[in-house]
Design a protein around this ligand. Sequence first.
Ligand SMILES: Nc1ncnc2c1ncn2[C@@H]1O[C@H](COP(=O)(O)OP(=O)(O)OP(=O)(O)O)[C@@H](O)[C@H]1O
Ligand SMILES: [Mg+2]
Length: 328
Amino acid sequence: MNGTASELLAVRDLTIGFPAPGGLLLAADGIDFDVAVGRTVGLVGESGCGKSVTLRSLLGLVPYPGEVLAGTIHWRGEEMLTASGKRQATLRGTEISMIFQDPTSCLNPVFTVGNQMVETLRKRAGLGRREARTRAMELLDRVGLSAPEKRLAAYPHELSGGMRQRVMIAISIATRPRLLLADEPTTALDVTTQEQILALLKELQAEDGMAILLVSHDLGVISETCDEVVVMYAGRMLEAGYDREVMRSPRHPYTRGLIEAMPSLEVTDEEPPVPIGGQPPDLTALPPGCPFQPRCKFVRDQCAEIPVALDATLAEHGSACPFEGVRS
Ligand SMILES: Nc1ncnc2c1ncn2[C@@H]1O[C@H](COP(=O)(O)OP(=O)(O)OP(=O)(O)O)[C@@H](O)[C@H]1O
Ligand SMILES: [Mg+2]
């Protein structure tokens, strides 16, 4: 939070709204986090909690009619929210790359993989056609796709889900971005392919210090991959800190719930996973105070009056629940 030289991205008090019947719905409300060089930061939370809109806002891509209502987004010291559309478009796909939540929507079904990669490389990296083709093959090889020439000639539907995701990663790293925004990059994949894709991202990161901001509803994926974790619920941050601390000593009942709901890969004598009861809330009808209170095992009268704010910065392991340590 102190603007060190290794800091790439600094997000403060980010608030994103969508018009809703009777007013505004806040899909993100007071979000704060940093991403430093070579680090992997995870945004985790159940469906609809605001992960994708938060990620998209970093590149000026909040879906219409949503908009950023407040806050600041600094990219290497430069304010992004007031930057021109042209400047944002320049950074997009060069210094900052994004893998979108639905990769199939990003690959055009009527063009071959090669066609799309070559066009992207020509546009973003300014390469000639022949150079772009050579580079596309290098990139496919780099992301672990065998027979790159054959892959270039393939149409997206001729590839498996895992292969398509590797193609997306190849395109996203083509300009050697400093930061990769990855929205649920492994959600549609089987466990083995998921492991391979996460390992690939870590490998690419180790090569040139690329930072990653990873979004997932799966705390297992986040804890396996990330250095720091931001836990979101109903557009709010409920807990944030170093991954190992959050996983070892979760401070917010919601985070505890997510951990208890994680299936264990090994067969152990430990308690079986326990899903969190109830559903994520309707963002147009949030309860006063802590948004998690209707589902919280430890709810008490005061929960309706507490401010939803972390009591410490991410690096210090903050929680928005003031009642820890006094639970029965
Ligand atoms: N295009 C839209 N129009 C209106 N409201 C939207 C739109 N996109 C998102 N929202 C609102 O913003 C909230 C957050 O959406 P977002 O897509 O960021 O959730 P998410 O955490 O990425 O969920 P998921 O895990 O399902 O991808 C939603 O619950 C919804 O209320
Ligand atoms: Mg999403």
